[in-house]
Ligand binder design. Sequence first.
Ligand code: NAP
Ligand code: G4F
Length: 359
Amino acid sequence: MKKALVTGVTGQDGSYLAEFLLDKGYEVHGLIRRSSSYNQERLEDLLTEEEANALLNNSNFHLHYGDVTDALNVTRIISEIKPDEIYNLAAQSHVRVSFDMPGYTLDVDAKGTLNILEAVRILSLTEKTRVYQASTSELYGKVQEVPQKETTPFYPRSPYGVAKIYGFWITKNYRESYNMFAVNGILFNHESERRGETFVTRKITLAASRIAQGKQEKLFLGNLNSLRDWGYAKDYVECMWLILQHDKPEDFVIATGEMHTVREFVEFAFKHTGIHIEWQGDGIDEKGINKETGEVIVEVDPKFFRPAEVEQLLGDPTKSKTLLGWNPTKTSFEQLVQIMVEADMRKVENEEKVKVMFD
Ligand code: NAP
Ligand code: G4F
């Protein structure tokens, strides 16, 4: 039985990956942080009762308290498990928040990655343990080429992107220096019903569901023109695994090859709740109006603008399609929006009216 260690197991991708690996027959070890409030919802509440029982009562699933910034702790856990595969998904993953917390983002996203690679080296596991690093399309930032592929030069635009660029290169450097199977998945945005509530897609699907059910009045957003290549997280975790099963350690772009604006995402999400949006005005005065009632339900709030923006991201998945046999469009953009809205319509049914939205 293969053993895998997943850091960031309580996050969107970590929770899907843990399920995926358990289904493949792996013994899965997850790293969780101590928190004053409960942080295991994605491993429990967001799943159906059947799925949650299957995951939490699975004798092949083990949770370890830890933090990737704590090198001693990470080294001890790796020395006890001696995993065949490590998926380093732990990160301060919010781009706007990284402008508020650049130092912390550096510690987790850059030094955290080094701590894992160093532990594998110090413990003489370089021949046994394969390491997957969660790299990101944010590395391309101010894009130098459209679409972006494995050879496109990087130009990060946030403390998050800059910290992740260290993660990318240190992974490649350990591969080249110590002959390790250490690889980067350069993943473009991927979303799901488990997406964190302050990322734009989930913020939109939750708000659209609440507005449709009379539990929220308006949705405030930042840059509506921003373009993203959005895929479905459940499809993307399969690719993380495929990258580690490949015969050669190589870096891969994972994307759909299609991009949409934030504005389009808003239109599709509301459409699935039965509300049709009409846009009026420009720039910070642009408003989304409910066509049937004439009410303003979407407005722009400059507080959600970023000091430096990534205006567009579009990935070229040719390499992963050809070498890994991965299907980038298993779930279409419209299906993704529908899955998220349907889940949030069910979720908000039992909610009280929202009092205040800070983010
Ligand atoms: P997410 O939902 O924000 O999850 C992040 C996970 O990292 C959570 O489990 C979090 O724990 C954990 N974590 C944060 N700081 C940690 C620390 N210091 N030590 C240990 N664990 C820590 O992110 P995601 O969307 O699943 O993304 C997974 C990874 O892929 C991240 O590295 C992200 O940067 C990268 N990525 C994501 C996308 C995307 O579109 N989703 C695209 C490209 C790359 P808590 O639950 O305790 O906060
Ligand atoms: O959903 P977002 O916050 O995701 P972003 O910044 O693209 O980052 C995500 O994808 C990366 C991969 O490319 C990951 F590496 C990263 O960890 C994360 O998962 O914002 C998407 C776009 C941005 O251009 C943002 O300016 O939506 C725009 N936006 C407009 N209004 C908003 C809002 N973003 C957020 N979070 N909140 C808004 O109100």
